[in-house]
Design a protein around this ligand. Structure first.
Ligand code: NAP
Length: 262
């Protein structure tokens, strides 16, 4: 699919992977609907993107509020008449033990990472069916396939995203709607600072790959209609070797996480 002139919604566009994706798609001539809670960040990004030919519309709100998620899609359809791609990227993590983390934090994580994504997806499907096709890109994580200690609810939310996406792929197989799962590994963004629990304590955070590298993979996934996307070979190996040696990986992951994250 050619990106120029496509109507693309990016959630979580005020920072990190979402922001880099918006820049990358704007450079390729897409019309963008950008959303996140921080209005000022969205406005600054829209001003930066004004040099590119596509139209940019910012709609601020909390994607964890499923009513907002639906209103977002309805507004996009009203303003642009169609939606070619929905990129469900907004996400939040935590750094806290499952034994003691507040249930309210777990609810926030599931509301944003899973239910907001599902509500936006449900709202866009009828439009994509009417227009004869589209693409939904869900930004998951390698830790949805191989959990880490101290972020069990976040990992579980990404596993939920993986399974929802794969079910949807089967349910929509006759509708020409491509469901793409992107599995980033550690990426240098503000994600660690925004974590619930103990934000800012991830010393390893900024050593990840640049968010532009993930954004480039997302752009290619749209152009080539890819369905399963890893950002680096190491991420791919991490997931697949884990399947072969799960107990060794439990030991290795626990040790590495304790040295690098806590
Ligand atoms: N960084 C990594 O190492 C990594 C690795 C694998 C996967 N991922 C995934 O990549 C995606 C993007 O993360 P990132 O690394 O770019 O993190 P980030 O820099 O913290 O950006 C997160 C984005 O999500 C938005 N967001 C968070 N809560 C929201 C809410 N309730 N409503 C609306 N928007 C909300 C934030 O905007 P506002 O705060 O303005 O609302 C921000 O734009 C997430 O799904 C994350 O799970 C990240």
């Amino acid at each position: 699919m050619q990106i120029a002139d496509r109507i693309i919604i990016v959630t979580g566009a005020s920072a990190g992977i979402g922001q880099a994706t918006a820049v990358s798609l704007a450079k390729r001539g897409a019309h963008l609907i950008l959303t996140a809670r921080r209005k000022d960040r969205l406005a600054n990004l829209a001003a930066d993107l004004a040099v590119y030919p596509g139209r940019i519309l910012c709609i601020a709100g909390d994607i964890g509020d499923t009513t907002f998620a639906r209103v977002l899609i309805e507004r996009a359809i009203t303003e642009f008449g169609r939606v070619d791609v929905l990129i469900n990227n907004a996400g939040v993590g935590h750094q806290s033990a499952l034994a003691t983390m507040p249930i309210a934090d777990a609810q926030t994580i599931f509301n944003v990472n899973v239910l907001g994504l599902l509500a936006a997806t449900q709202a866009v499907i009828p439009q994509m069916q009417r227009q004869g096709g589209g693409q939904i890109v869900n930004v998951s994580s390698i830790v949805g396939q191989r959990p880490l200690p101290m972020s069990g609810v976040y990992c579980a939310s990404k596993t939920a995203v993986n399974f929802l996406s794969r079910s949807l792929r089967m349910e929509l197989r006759h509708d020409h709607i491509t469901i793409t799962l992107v599995y980033p590994g550690l990426t240098a963004t503000e994600f660690a600072d925004a974590k619930l629990g103990k934000p800012g304590s991830n010393r390893f955070g900024l050593r990840g790959v640049p968010s532009e590298q993930v954004a480039a993979k997302i752009a290619t996934a749209i152009e080539k209609q890819q369905t399963e996307v890893y950002v680096t070979r190491l991420d791919w190996a991490f997931v697949h070797l884990n399947r072969l040696f799960p107990r060794t990986f439990d030991w290795l992951t626990d040790r590495a996480a304790r040295r690098m994250i806590f």
